[in-house]
Design a protein around this ligand. Structure first.
Ligand SMILES: [Zn+2]
Length: 182
């Protein structure tokens, strides 16, 4: 399990830091500046994205960037300051797929504790089947369930979200899915 990355220098004064447990009752190792004593806390990052649907098909994007270059993913990326979860998910869908859509409900929450991330996917209803992907995507296209390239899906959270979606499609019951990815 990842508790911290490797901060080397203080963000306040630029001097070296050491990993120590602060003396304020904290129980975790923190990067503490050797000079000004600033404590640099590290917390999980949110990844936000959509599950864009056109009739019985799902939109996937083929990655034009590392990691997982050439593999397929749902449009998603790191949440930015100043936006809500759904605003971030919508922004990534525009940037990566150039899709036109209406945002719907939050569909999946994936805890990826090992890498310190939480992934959130919203369902989105596509209002056009024409796409204009940005530089991070080499191809954006629609897939029916039987055509999903399961062995070429870039991330476990994406694969799990797609599996939940097709299972819900069969039961016609859409729930919020909370999954812990090992
Ligand atoms: Zn410092």
């Amino acid at each position: 399990m990842k508790n911290h990355t490797s901060i080397k220098h203080c963000k306040q004064c630029g001097e070296k830091v050491s990993y120590k447990i602060p003396s304020d009752g904290d129980t975790k190792l923190r990067a503490i500046c050797n000079v000004c004593q600033s404590i640099h806390y590290e917390n999980p990052l949110n990844v936000v994205g959509t599950l864009p649907i056109w009739r019985d098909q799902v939109l996937l994007c083929r990655r034009n960037i590392e990691p997982r270059f050439g593999m397929w993913t749902l449009p998603a990326g790191f949440m930015e300051l100043g936006e809500t979860l759904s605003q971030g998910a919508a922004r990534e869908t525009v940037e990566e797929a150039g899709a036109q859509f209406e945002m719907q409900e939050l569909f999946s929450i994936m805890n990826v504790v090992r890498v310190g991330q939480v992934h959130f996917f919203f369902r989105a209803r596509l209002t056009s089947d024409a796409f204009d992907p940005g530089h991070e995507t080499m191809e954006a296209r629609l897939f029916s369930e039987q055509d999903i390239p399961w062995d070429e899906i870039a991330f476990r959270t994406v694969k799990q979200t797609l599996q939940c979606y097709f299972a819900d499609m069969k039961s016609k019951n859409f729930a919020l899915h909370q999954v812990d990815i090992e």
